[in-house]
Each structure stands twice: as C-alpha cells, then as structure tokens.
Design a protein around this ligand. Structure first.
Ligand SMILES: Cc1ncc(COP(=O)(O)O)c(C=O)c1O
Ligand SMILES: N[C@@H](CCCC[NH3+])C(=O)O
Length: 418
C-alpha cells in the first residue's frame, strides 16, 4: 500500500489526509489512488514491452468508470464478463478490439452486442456456449474469433471459493476433452479459432501453479498443431495475488519473466487478465467507529461499514488490515471485533484486532480496491457508499453515495383493491 502512509501520525493517500476525505464525503467511503493504479498496470505493460502482448484488466475487480478510464488512457485492454461490463468499458473509452469476453454463461443478446462492436475474442467455456456463439454469429452475418478456456486441473493453492482450475470447478472445458472440442470448433462456419485461455484461480501467491498450467496448455497447443489447428494467442488469465498482510506473491515482473522464459521463441501472442493485482492495494475503505461495546468476554467496535459494503471478510474469512486514520497517543490498546450494523452474526470486517479506539475514530480497511465496492449490496436497505479518486493531490468523487430514494426507485405497491 505504497500510496497510503502516515505523515505526522495522520494516514494520507499521497498528499491528501484521509480524514479530509471522510470530512468531505462522509463514511463509509472507498478511496483510490490514481497513481497506484497506474503504477500497477505499468508493471505489467513494461514487463511485456517488445512482445506481442496485451494486458486486459479484469473489470470485475473494480468497474468504476474512472478506474476504467485511467486504464484505457494507458492503452489497457479489458476482460469482461457481462453486457454491463462491456457498456462500462466502451463508455470509459476502452477499445473494442482490446476486449476479451470471459464467463460461463454468455447470453445471446450479450454475444450479439459484443460481435456488433467488434470485440477481440470470446473466451468460450463449454461446448454448448460454442454452439451458441456460432449460431448468433451466423445470424449476425459475422465470424467470431474465439478461444477456449481450458481447465488444466491444477491446484492453485488458494481459497477453495476462488480456485477455478480444478476439474470439479464449473469453469472452462476439461483439458482431456479440449482436442475434440477444438476440432469441432474448427469445423463450424461462424467461429474462427484464434486462442487458448485459462484462469486457475485468484490470489495466487506462488508461481508454480501458473507454470504447471502453462506446461499443460503448451502441450495441448502442440497437440492441436498436429491436427492443423494453429493457436495464435495464449491468455493466461489473472490471478496474481497481492499482499493483504504478510503474503509475498511474485511481482508481475517475476511472473512474466518466468512465462516468457518458458515460451522461448514460440510465435505466440500473450494476454493477461489481472484484476486484483492492479487495484487491490490502490484503495482503502474508510469507516467510522459508532460505539464501543466492551464486556468482560469481548470487545466490540461497532463501525458504520458493514458486510454489505465490503463482503470479503464475511464471505471468504478474508483478512484485510484495519488501521487508524489518526494515531492516538492516549488511551488503551484492546482486542476488538470490528462489526457493522447489519443484522447478521457474520457481519464483521475484522476480528480480534489490537487497536486503541474511541467512538468517532476513523479507520481504514486496507487493500480494498479490488472486489470491494463491486461486491457491495443494499442489504438492510443500506445505500451503497461513495467512491473517491485521489489524483495529483486533489480528491474527486467518482461515484456519489446512493440515497434511500435511489434504492426504492422502480418499486411499486399493489394498487388499491388488490
Ligand atoms: C476469467 C478471469 N480472468 C481474470 C480474473 C481476475 O482475477 P484476479 O483478480 O485474481 O487477477 C478472474 C477472476 O478471478 C477471472 O475469472
Ligand atoms: N471476489 C473474489 C475473487 C474472485 C475472483 C473472480 N474471478 C475476492 O474477493 O477475493
């Protein structure tokens, strides 16, 4: 979290004191650093310089238009999984020819729109989906460039809920069936086989699983060549982990160097789809302590942020650092469970955290730039929070806080007499 540091005991995002952000926009609020996003993207782009390669940011990690626009201006491509994400990327200035479309359940209208704007490639995840893409493309009078997401059956060594490359997972086509399915695709009139992709899971902290998957895919690519099927690009998905607490994931440079070494002089284009490693540590969520509730058994700090604002701790038991926005000299450090106002026992952002707290204190939940706001909900009729971008010492509201009226928009009561 290089962009977030204490200056004279006050947590800053670059030159901006986070207490000022809370004062102006209220809490809870997500705060992102443009500089951190750019540096994380450039780590990938620079490591790939001189190669036929594209970095397609995984929009699902953080789809705020300002985030997408910052990346589009740097020339990034995008990995999307829905029509909504496609519309966002186009609105943010992303180029269709740099978009890859992933996901297990692409609907006909989504495929049609993506074909219409001319995306680069459909990452197909099943034979049924292949048939659908072929049919829709035929109806539109187009030929769709496709890749198959191959499930290499490797253990990514990550949390089971975010592991995707095992044969029990719903994602991709089984590696054992890939040759047959590729041959079938090659016989269809409205698809053009151009690539192969995989994504074995998220928050990987070792290179080995990526390399295992790569070995298996390269063998498959060679096997397909003997059938006359040429693979032009290999898309290795996302998945590179970040440091939430004490993890030491490989840097993009180390990971990419290992990939390039293994590829040698094969004439293969490369695509990466990083999400978390671009935005996680470029953001925090600020929350305020409402009450302290201390008993002889337990100390609770009841905060205004909840599981609906940031669900990772409740959903995956994920650990994210929670640190004070202003360091306090007086008072006493105690172990607190940091719990929100939502009516669920599972509503916590952190447990057993050693903190020196008073009601009214501001806290920053760290590494919240990825899978934070995007996974938030309106549970308990809680409006989704604001998002703020820090750029060059200035704060910009890049998403306004929802109002309760926003939440009721579109709802109607039954008419009288019913
Ligand atoms: C197909 C695909 N690509 C890319 C990503 C982004 O992954 P990460 O945020 O771990 O880089 C995901 C999510 O895990 C995904 O499912
Ligand atoms: N949402 C997950 C990661 C899933 C990645 C989606 N393919 C997380 O918060 O860690």
């Amino acid at each position: 979290m290089d962009s977030f540091e204490y200056r004279n005991g006050r947590l800053h995002c670059e030159e901006v004191a986070l207490s000022k952000v809370a004062e102006r926009f209220g809490t809870p609020v997500y705060v992102y650093s443009r500089d951190a996003i750019e540096r994380a993207y450039l780590d990938y782009a620079q490591a790939l310089e001189g190669h036929d390669a594209l970095v397609c940011y995984a929009v699902k990690a953080n789809s705020n238009l300002a985030v997408l626009n910052i990346l589009a201006r740097l020339g990034a491509g995008f990995d999307i999984v829905s029509l909504g994400e496609l519309e966002r990327v186009l609105k943010a200035g992303g180029l269709p020819e740099k978009i890859v479309f992933s996901g297990v359940g692409k609907q006909a209208h989504e495929i049609k729109k993506a074909l219409g704007v001319g995306i680069r490639c459909f990452n197909i995840e099943s034979e049924a989906e292949l048939e659908r893409v072929n049919q829709v493309a035929g109806e539109c009078g187009k030929i769709a460039d496709i890749s198959f997401r191959v499930n290499p059956d490797v253990d990514a060594g990550t949390h089971p809920y975010i592991s995707t490359g095992l044969k029990d997972n719903k994602f991709g086509i089984a590696i054992g069936e890939a040759e047959r399915i590729y041959c079938h695709a090659a016989s269809l009139p409205y698809v053009n086989v151009v690539g192969m992709d995989c994504h074995i899971g998220s928050q990987l902290t070792e290179i080995a699983p990526f390399m295992d998957a790569l070995d298996r895919l390269l063998m498959l690519i060679d096997q397909l060549a003997t059938q006359g099927i040429q693979i032009h690009h290999l898309d290795l998905g996302g998945g590179l982990g970040v440091c939430y607490t004490d993890e030491t994931p490989p840097t993009p440079q180390t990971y990419i160097a290992a990939v390039l070494e293994k590829l040698g002089d094969r004439p293969l284009g490369l695509i990466f789809e990083p999400g978390r490693s671009i935005v996680a540590n470029a953001g925090v969520m600020l929350t305020q302590v409402e009450f302290l509730k201390c008993t002889e058994h337990k100390n609770f700090a009841i905060i205004d942020g909840a599981m609906n604002d940031l669900i990772r701790p409740s959903l995956y038991s994920a650990y994210q650092d929670i640190i004070p926005v202003e360091l306090r000299q007086e008072g006493e450090v105690k172990a607190y469970d940091l719990v929100g106002p939502v009516c669920e026992t599972g509503d916590f952002l952190g447990k057993n955290r050693e903190l020196n707290l008073q009601a009214g204190d501001l806290l920053a939940v760290c590494s919240a730039g990825a899978y934070g706001f995007v996974m938030s909900s309106n549970y308990n009729t809680r409006p989704r929070v604001a998002e703020v971008m820090i750029d060059d010492g200035e704060m910009f509201a890049v998403r306004a806080r929802e109002t309760v009226a926003d939440l009721m928009r579109g709802e109607v009561m039954l008419p009288k007499g019913h």
